[in-house]
Write a protein that binds this ligand. Structure first.
Ligand SMILES: [Fe+2]
Length: 221
C-alpha cells in the first residue's frame, strides 16, 4: 500500500481518538527525527512491537481488508520478567475486514471502545484447516453465548468478547454504523509469530513510498 494511504489512515485514527477523548503516549505523535533522538526508547518500542501498525495484509485492497492498530503496551513472549499482558487500539472503516486468524499463545478480549458496531465471526477448523460444524462458546462481559460457525456477533459500544486460543476469528465494523474504535486487552502479543491466518495473507504491508512518513510504524522505528 502507499505511504500516503498509511499517513491518511493514521491521521483519521487520531481524529477518532480525540473524538472519544482518549490520548496516546507522547511518542505516538512523533516523527522519524524525534524517534531518532530517543534511541533507547525507540529500541524498547521496536522490541516490544509498540506503536503504529497499518496493514492491508499484503493484499492491496486496504478499504476492504485492512486495519490500523496502535499497541500501547506489550511484553515479549517467552521472556521472564517481561510484562505478561498487552493493550492495543484498533481502528476500522465501515465494512473493512480483518481476515480469519487465530493465536496459539495469546488469549484476548476484543472491546468496542467507541464508534460503530463491531462484528466478530468465529469458526473452528481441523488440522487441515477445514471448517468444523462445531458450535463456539464465547464469553461476553462475563456471560456465555453459544454461536454457530460464522454467526455474526454484534458488539455495541462498551461490550467485549473473549477470544479463546485456536479459535479462528474475523472482525469488521458493521456497515451503516460508522467507523469503529476497538480495544484489545490480551496476553503478550507477537505479530511476527503468533498469528495464524486461514487464508494465505501477509501480516505486514508492502509499502510504496509516495510521500514523507507522518509517523513511523513500530517496525520502522
Ligand atoms: Fe486476534
Amino acid at each position: 500500500m502507499r505511504r500516503s494511504e498509511i499517513n491518511k489512515s493514521i491521521a483519521e485514527a487520531k481524529l477518532l481518538i480525540a473524538e472519544y477523548r482518549w490520548t496516546l503516549p507522547r511518542w505516538a505523535y512523533w516523527n522519524v527525527e524525534q524517534y531518532k533522538n530517543h534511541p533507547d526508547l525507540s529500541l524498547y518500542l521496536r522490541d516490544h512491537q509498540m506503536g503504529w501498525d497499518v496493514t492491508d495484509f499484503g493484499r492491496g485492497n486496504f478499504s476492504k481488508e485492512g486495519i490500523i492498530l496502535f499497541c500501547v503496551r506489550n511484553g515479549v513472549q517467552n521472556i521472564d520478567n517481561e510484562k505478561p499482558y498487552a493493550e492495543k487500539l484498533l481502528f476500522m472503516k465501515e465494512d473493512q475486514v480483518i481476515p480469519f486468524h487465530s493465536h496459539n499463545i495469546k488469549l484476548e478480549d476484543i472491546i468496542n471502545r467507541g464508534g460503530g458496531n463491531l462484528v466478530l465471526e468465529f469458526v473452528k477448523v481441523d488440522s487441515q484447516k477445514n471448517p468444523l460444524q462445531e458450535k463456539i462458546k464465547v464469553m461476553i462481559d462475563g456471560e456465555f453465548k453459544t454461536l454457530n460457525p460464522y454467526e455474526p456477533l454484534i458488539l455495541e459500544r462498551g461490550q467485549s468478547v473473549t477470544v479463546e486460543r485456536f479459535v479462528y476469528h474475523k472482525f469488521y465494523a458493521e456497515k451503516g454504523t460508522g467507523k469503529a474504535m476497538a480495544g484489545e486487552v490480551s496476553q503478550v502479543n507477537d505479530d511476527k509469530k503468533d498469528n495464524y491466518f486461514l487464508e494465505k495473507v501477509g501480516r505486514f504491508a508492502d509499502i510504496e513510498e509516495d510521500e514523507d512518513i507522518l509517523h513511523p510504524l513500530w517496525n520502522e522505528i
